[in-house]
Structures are given as structure tokens and as C-alpha cells.
Design a binder for this molecule. Structure first.
Ligand code: FES
Length: 264
């Protein structure tokens, strides 16, 4: 999928005077009104800052100096205060990216199960490095330290949606489909939309796609295994004394995965 949104000069903003800024189109006129709409949702205006920054990203891909200045102006904060928040969270970007942010986890569990190999494969296949974007503007590759889905390692996130149990081959096919304009459905959760559309949803504006909120399971069997175990215990608690119905999970061999018939 070719992107056509990286043209135009950088807006004049006080915060951009001292630091070189990436090029982006100016924020559209509607932005100020929509920022005020977000602020009106909160008892204290400054509580609106996080979704406001998402709205800026929905227009420019990243948090620009212009966006920092506008948020500060609307909230009565300094640009330093807004910039401190925008640079604290990795979900806020400092330069424009592609339509799909592909985050590959190489934290401990994913790395052991193939995350390092997936990241290396995608770098080689796409010809880009960390935080770089393919020339067609479709894919930005990001090296992630835990996608918070360790039970499905190795995990890739695309615009914050999960693709579980990946391999180098499946990851290659995934980015090829993204670049071809044929985004595959995530393993769990809502269908993919573009980075800018995702950022608008995160800013708190409605996801207009039919049934997207209910699409797909939010948690799979591996995530729910602990819950199922507790429910089993609770169901059995009425029939047995509590001490006998609650295994000591710290004791070797107590976990169902270490049932007697599987032990050596
Ligand atoms: S270690 Fe990869 S998702 Fe947590």
C-alpha cells in the first residue's frame, strides 16, 4: 500500500526554533476544536493530555513541535511539561512513520522462542532497521521489549493488535500483506486499521467500523489458564476441605502441567 501523506513544509512553532524537526504537513484547522472536545471530557483539563497527543499523531503520525505547542496552549501548560509527557511514553513517536507500526518483541520469552530471528528476518526482508519505514510508507519496524502477551510468544503487534505465535516465515508473510494493502486479521481483537485511524480511536473518537468492538476474542486459552485453574479450585471447594482443595503451586509437581503421569 503506497502512502501519500509525507509532503509539505514544517509549520512554524515556537518549540521548533531550537531543534531540527522532521518534515510533516501542518495540523489541519479542525485540530484545535477536536482538542477542546477532548478536554471537555475531563474535570481537570490537563487530564486530557494523553488522548490529545494521540489526536496529534492521528493527523501527523507523530508528536510534532506544532502539536506540543498547541496542546500546551490549550491546557495552559508549558511546552516543556507537554514535551516531558510526550517523550516519556514510547507510544508517542518523534518522527513520521508508516501506515502500520510492526512491533517485534525480543524480550526474554519471545527471544528464547524466536523473537530475535523474527526481527533479523524482517530487517533483512524489508531492508530497514529499528524505527525505520519502508520507502512506500507502509511499514515502520520497531524493536519492542515485551508486547505484554508473553503467553503467546513470540508475539508481533501491528498498530497495537496481536499476532501470536509468530515465526520468521509468518512474519514475512504478514508484512508482505500489509505492504500489498491486504492486512490480515489479528489473532485476537479488532481488525487492523491504519496508524492514523488507530490513533484517532485512542484519542477517544468512535471506531465507526461495524462490530469492531466485539470482533475476535480479547483473551485466548493460554491467557485464561490461571483463571480456569482458580475456578476449578473454587468449584471443588464446596466438596472438599479448603486446605485439600487448594494445591501449593510453589511445590514441585503441584501444577497441572506436572501431573504424576508426565513426571519422570
Ligand atoms: S516477552 Fe514477548 S510479549 Fe512479553
Amino acid at each position: 500500500m503506497a502512502s501519500s501523506r509525507r509532503t509539505g513544509g514544517n509549520p512554524t512553532a515556537a518549540a521548533s526554533q531550537s531543534l531540527p524537526q522532521p518534515e510533516s504537513e501542518p495540523l489541519p484547522e479542525r485540530t484545535r476544536a477536536q482538542l477542546r472536545e477532548i478536554i471537555a471530557r475531563y474535570p481537570k483539563p490537563r487530564s486530557a493530555l494523553l488522548p490529545m497527543l494521540h489526536l496529534v499523531q492521528s493527523e501527523q503520525d507523530y508528536v510534532s513541535a506544532e502539536g506540543v505547542g498547541l496542546c500546551a496552549e490549550e491546557l495552559g501548560l508549558t511546552q516543556a511539561e507537554v514535551g516531558a509527557v510526550a517523550t516519556f511514553y514510547t507510544m508517542y513517536k518523534r518522527k513520521p512513520g508508516g501506515d502500520y507500526l510492526v512491533g517485534v518483541c525480543t524480550n526474554t520469552l519471545c527471544a528464547i522462542l524466536g523473537g530475535d530471528a523474527i526481527l533479523a528476518e524482517l530487517k533483512d526482508h524489508l531492508g530497514i532497521g529499528d524505527n525505520e519505514t519502508t520507502p512506500d510508507g507502509a511499514v515502520t519496524l520497531e524493536h519492542i521489549e515485551c508486547n505484554a502477551a508473553c503467553d503467546y510468544a513470540p508475539v508481533i503487534m501491528v498498530n497495537w493488535e496481536f499476532f501470536d505465535n509468530q515465526t520468521p516465515a509468518s512474519a514475512r508473510e504478514l508484512v508482505d500483506r500489509l505492504r500489498a494493502g491486504d492486512p490480515p486479521p489479528p489473532t485476537r481483537g479488532a481488525p487492523l486499521c491504519t496508524w492514523r485511524e488507530t490513533e484517532r480511536i485512542l484519542a477517544g473518537f468512535p471506531d465507526e467500523r461495524p462490530n469492531s468492538a466485539d470482533a475476535g476474542p480479547g483473551a485466548g486459552p493460554a491467557t485464561l489458564a490461571g483463571l480456569a485453574l482458580v475456578r476449578d479450585q473454587q468449584a471443588g471447594a464446596g466438596k472438599r476441605p479448603a486446605a485439600a482443595s487448594t494445591p501449593d503451586l510453589a511445590r514441585p509437581g503441584a501444577h497441572p502441567a506436572s501431573a504424576p503421569e508426565t513426571r519422570t
